[in-house]
Design a protein around this ligand. Structure first.
Ligand code: GLP
Length: 234
């Protein structure tokens, strides 16, 4: 695990973008993408760049269950707004939050992931150490699954909704095993609220109680953190 400390999220976005640019130049064909406020500076760099993504497939980590893709709080909407409508991709996959048959949607998403092995996976981290919506206690061998969001996650994500009751309680999420199958992983974390999660991920025991700690077992992980998020690292 390589830990890179940057001044702020803008420098972090640039560093992450440089890795993606190199990956694409070296032949990466599939990017695993994340939502949340953290990857926005990276997506801004991608949008502003002249790198061509029209041969690249993207696979997103997760989607709220119950939200229509047109809903402005959905991850479909987020990805369109921050990246896809400005930077065309060959194909983009995000779980369907309105799928009638959730088990079929989960099986289909696993097939998409196995048919399109992820070259570079982008991640953020939750304050409780979650990656995607894989909450503490999620088995490390999990594939795509339905999750019930932790109350701390609902609270943290309520800042994007009019009120906390509007935050969906469930989501469809790529599993930890699938995330770990990516050839390279870039995790970004900014701000003091991520200090404990970053410390536990990088220096704590590898435990399902801290989902991100599994990344210690991956051979090619770059963690990009600002000074505030890195403050508790020894
Ligand atoms: N499912 C997303 C995660 O993928 C993201 O890493 C996390 C942190 O979000 P933020 O980057 O806004 O701190 O929020 C959500 O729970």
């Amino acid at each position: 695990m390589i830990v890179t400390i940057v001044k702020d999220k803008y420098e972090g976005g640039k560093k992450a973008f440089e890795l993606i640019k190199k990956g694409v130049a070296d032949g990466a064909k599939v990017l695993g993408l994340a939502t949340g406020s953290t990857p926005i500076t990276l997506y801004d760099q991608m949008v502003e760049s002249d790198v061509d993504f029209t041969n690249i497939t993207s696979i997103n980590l997760d989607e709220y269950y119950g939200l229509d893709p047109q809903n402005s709080q959905s991850y479909h909407y987020f990805m369109k707004k921050h990246l896809f409508e400005k930077k065309p991709f060959y194909k983009t996959y995000i779980p369907n939050g309105k799928a009638k048959d959730i088990n079929q949607e989960i099986a289909d998403y696993d097939k998409i992931i196995s048919d399109n092995p992820i070259d570079i996976q982008i991640l953020g981290i939750g304050g409780n150490g979650h990656i995607a919506f894989n909450e503490p206690g999620t088995p490390f061998d999990s594939t795509t699954h339905e999750v019930t969001l932790a109350s701390s996650t609902i609270k943290a994500n309520s800042r994007f909704f009019d009120n906390q009751d509007d935050v969906p309680k469930r989501a469809i999420c790529m599993g930890i095993k699938s995330i770990m199958s990516a050839k390279q992983i870039i995790l970004m974390a900014y701000g003091a609220a991520k200090q404990d999660a970053v410390k536990a991920m990088v220096e704590g025991p590898v435990t399902e109680t801290v989902p991100a700690s599994v990344l210690q077992k991956h051979p090619n992980v770059v963690v990009i953190v600002d000074c505030d998020a890195a403050a508790k690292l020894s």
